[in-house]
Design a protein around this ligand. Structure first.
Ligand code: ZN
Length: 548
C-alpha cells in the first residue's frame, strides 16, 4: 500500500466491504509530506489563480485496437490578471503535440503532470482567451477501476471506460486539474469504431459517420462540471428510458443484462423522487439522468452515473453496513446518484474538504433509507457505519497538497451529520436546514468554513467547536461520567481536544431521555438511574462514554 492508501479511491470502493478493522483507534498518524507531484496537482498556484475557466471542447479519437487516443481540448478562459503563463495538467506519459493560440504555436514546459504554457505577450486582465491543446498517447489504466481502461466485456467485445477521481482527469485529457475552478459548460466529441456506442455526460447532440469506420458522438454538457466527472463509456450498449415528470432518465447496459437492468434500475426513479423531496430539484435536468453499466463498482459521473454493482441490492452483494438494512436497496445506485446533489452540484473546492462530497453523500443514503423505509431503519443504518470508522486521523487534510482524506470522511462524516441533527433536535427544522444548505451551495465549490458559517448563521448557535472536534481532530468526544450513588447524582463533562467543546446530549433512560448541556467543565445532575442502567443516546450522538 502506498503512503496515501486512498489516493486512487473511486468514490467508495477501494476496500472490500467489511475489510476495515473495528473502531479501535490506532495511534494518530502524521500526514505524509506532500511530494512535488502532489504540490503541482494540489496547489491552487498563481498560474492557476490568474485565470477563470469558461469552457472545454474536448475532441478525441479512441483506437481500441492500438489502445491509443489522440485529439485536442479547446480551453476557453478569462484572465483575472495580466500574465504570461498558465498552468494546465496532463500525465507525463501522454504526448503534448502542440498548443496553439490562434495560429501561434505556444511554448510550454512540463514538470511531472503539470504543463506550464507561456504566451509571447502578456494576456490582459479580463480578456477572454482560447487555446487548443493537442495531445496523444496511450493512457494509463491505474487503480482498481481507474484512469482509462481498455477492457473487454464478458462476451469479448470492447468495453472502454474512464474513472479518474483522485488520480485526476489529466490521466486521459489535458485540463486545469483541480477542484476549485470549473468550466461553465463543455462539449465532448468522441470518435470510436462505428460498431461501438459512447455514452458520456450531458445530451447527445450529434452522431456523425466519419466514413473511415469511425463514428463521432457529440455530447453537450450544459452545467459546470468537475473534471473528474467527465467520462467515456464505450461499449455495445442497449438502451431504455423512463421519465420522472419532465426529467429524462436513460439507462444503458450490456445486451445480456437488459432484463436484470430493467428490474434493478427501477430503483432510480423513487430514489430521485426522494432526493428531490428532501434536497431540491435534480441538479442537471437539462442534461438528464443516465445510469450506465461499467466493469467497476460505480462512480458519480455527472448526469451519467456509472454502475457495476452486479444488479443486486447491497454493495457487491453484501450487507454493506451489516445491520440488515443495506440489502433493501442497491447501494451504488443510491450513493453515486446522491453525489449529483452532494459532490457534483455542491463540490468541495479542495480535496482536503472532500467530506463535503463523501460525508454528505453517505448521509444522503441515510436520508434515502428514512424516506423509503422509515426513521428506525435510517438510525440503524447510519450506526452500522460505526464499525468502519477508525478515528486515527482528522477527516480534513492539509489544503493544497493533494491529500485525499481517509475513509472516515464517508462514515464518520455521515455519523457527524446524524449527530448534528440530534444537536438541532427538531426533525422538521433539520429537514429545512438540509434543503436550505443544498439551496445555498448548489452549483458552487465550497470549503468546510462555508458549511460551518451556514449552520452557525441559520441556527444562531456557535457550532464551530463541534465541527472542529469531528472534522479537524482524530478522536470523537467522550462523555465522562462520575456517579455518586450515595447522593443520587452524576457528574459529567466532555473529554475533547477542542477546549471550548460543548454539545447537548441525551442521557438517562431510553424511554425518557434527559437533555443535558455538558461542556469541558464538570457539572452535576440529580438522577435516580443507577450507574449500570444509566445510558447515553450514542445512536443519536456519535460519542464515546467513560463511566467512573
Ligand atoms: Zn462517494
Amino acid at each position: 500500500m502506498r503512503l496515501k492508501p486512498l489516493s486512487h479511491l473511486i468514490c467508495l470502493v477501494l476496500l472490500a466491504p467489511g475489510a476495515l478493522a473495528p473502531a479501535q483507534a490506532p495511534p494518530q498518524q502524521a500526514p505524509p509530506a506532500p511530494s512535488r507531484a502532489d504540490i503541482l496537482r494540489g496547489e491552487y498556484s498563481s498560474w492557476r489563480a490568474n485565470n477563470d475557466l469558461l469552457s472545454y471542447d474536448l475532441d478525441i479519437r479512441v483506437d481500441p485496437e492500438k489502445k491509443f487516443i489522440s485529439g485536442k481540448n479547446t480551453i476557453r478562459f478569462k484572465m483575472l490578471k495580466d500574465d504570461t503563463r498558465i498552468q494546465l495538467d496532463l500525465f507525463a506519459n501522454l504526448n503534448v503535440d502542440k498548443i496553439l493560440l490562434g495560429p501561434t504555436e505556444l511554448k510550454y514546459t512540463r514538470e511531472l503532470g503539470a504543463v506550464f504554457v507561456d504566451f509571447p505577450a502578456p494576456l490582459k486582465k479580463n480578456s477572454i482567451q482560447s487555446i487548443e491543446f493537442h495531445y496523444s498517447g496511450s493512457p494509463r489504466e491505474t487503480g482498481r477501476f481507474g484512469g482509462f481502461s481498455f477492457r473487454k466485456d464478458p462476451a469479448g467485445r470492447h468495453w472502454i471506460t474512464t474513472a479518474c477521481q483522485g488520480v485526476g482527469a489529466s490521466v486521459w485529457w489535458p485540463n486545469k486539474d483541480q477542484q476549485q475552478d470549473e468550466v461553465e459548460n463543455m462539449r465532448l466529441h468522441v470518435a470510436i469504431p462505428s460498431a461501438l456506442t459512447d455514452v458520456s455526460n450531458g445530451r447527445l447532440v450529434g452522431k456523425t459517420d466519419l466514413g473511415d469506420g469511425y463514428t463521432r458522438y457529440d455530447w453537450a454538457i450544459s452545467y459546470p462540471t468537475n473534471n473528474y466527472c467527465v467520462s467515456l463509456n464505450i461499449g455495445h450498449y442497449e438502451h431504455f428510458s423512463d421519465k420522472l415528470g419532465d426529467l429524462t432518465m436513460d439507462f444503458y447496459c450490456l445486451p445480456e443484462n437488459l432484463e436484470k437492468a430493467r428490474r434493478q434500475f427501477a430503483q432510480a426513479k423513487p430514489m430521485i423522487g426522494a432526493f428531490q423531496k428532501y434536497f431540491g430539484e435534480y441538479p442537471f435536468k437539462r442534461d438528464g439522468y443516465k445510469l450506465i453499466e461499467v466493469p467497476y463498482s460505480g462512480m458519480e459521473h455527472q448526469s451519467a452515473v456509472t454502475y457495476g454493482n452486479h444488479f443486486a441490492n447491497g454493495y457487491l452483494e453484501r450487507d454493506w453496513t451489516g445491520v440488515g438494512v443495506s440489502l433493501k436497496f442497491d447501494f451504488i445506485i443510491i450513493h453515486e446518484s446522491a453525489h449529483e446533489w452532494f459532490g457534483n452540484s455542491v463540490t468541495g473546492s479542495d480535496i482536503s474538504d472532500m467530506w463535503i462530497q463523501e460525508g454528505w453523500a453517505t448521509y444522503a443514503e441515510c436520508v434515502y433509507v428514512e424516506a423509503m423505509f422509515g426513521k428506525e431503519d435510517a438510525l440503524k443504518y447510519v450506526n452500522g457505519y460505526k464499525s468502519k470508522v477508525r478515528n486515527s486521523q482528522p477527516i480534513i487534510t492539509t489544503r493544497g497538497a493533494n491529500q485525499t482524506p481517509s475513509q472516515d470522511q464517508y462514515f464518520k462524516g455521515a455519523l457527524f451529520l446524524n449527530t448534528l441533527r440530534s444537536v438541532i433536535d427538531n426533525d422538521a427544522r433539520w429537514r429545512q436546514l438540509l434543503r436550505a444548505y443544498y439551496d445555498r451551495f448548489k452549483y458552487r465549490n465550497i470549503l468546510t468554513e462555508d458549511v460551518v458559517a451556514f449552520f452557525n448563521q441559520r441556527t444562531g448557535k456557535n457550532l464551530t467547536p463541534i465541527f472542529d472536534q469531528y472534522l479537524r481532530r482524530a478522536a470523537i468526544p467522550a462523555l465522562e461520567l462520575r456517579f455518586q450513588e450515595s447522593d443520587g447524582s452524576v457528574s459529567y463533562r466532555w473529554k475533547a481536544d477542542i477546549k471550548d467543546f460543548a454539545m447537548p446530549v441525551k442521557v438517562g433512560r431510553r424511554a425518557d431521555w434527559r437533555l443535558i448541556q455538558p461542556t469541558t467543565e464538570w457539572k452535576t445532575l440529580k438522577t435516580e438511574v443507577k450507574k449500570e442502567d444509566f445510558e447515553v443516546a450514542t445512536d443519536l450522538y456519535y460519542v464515546d462514554v467513560i463511566k467512573n
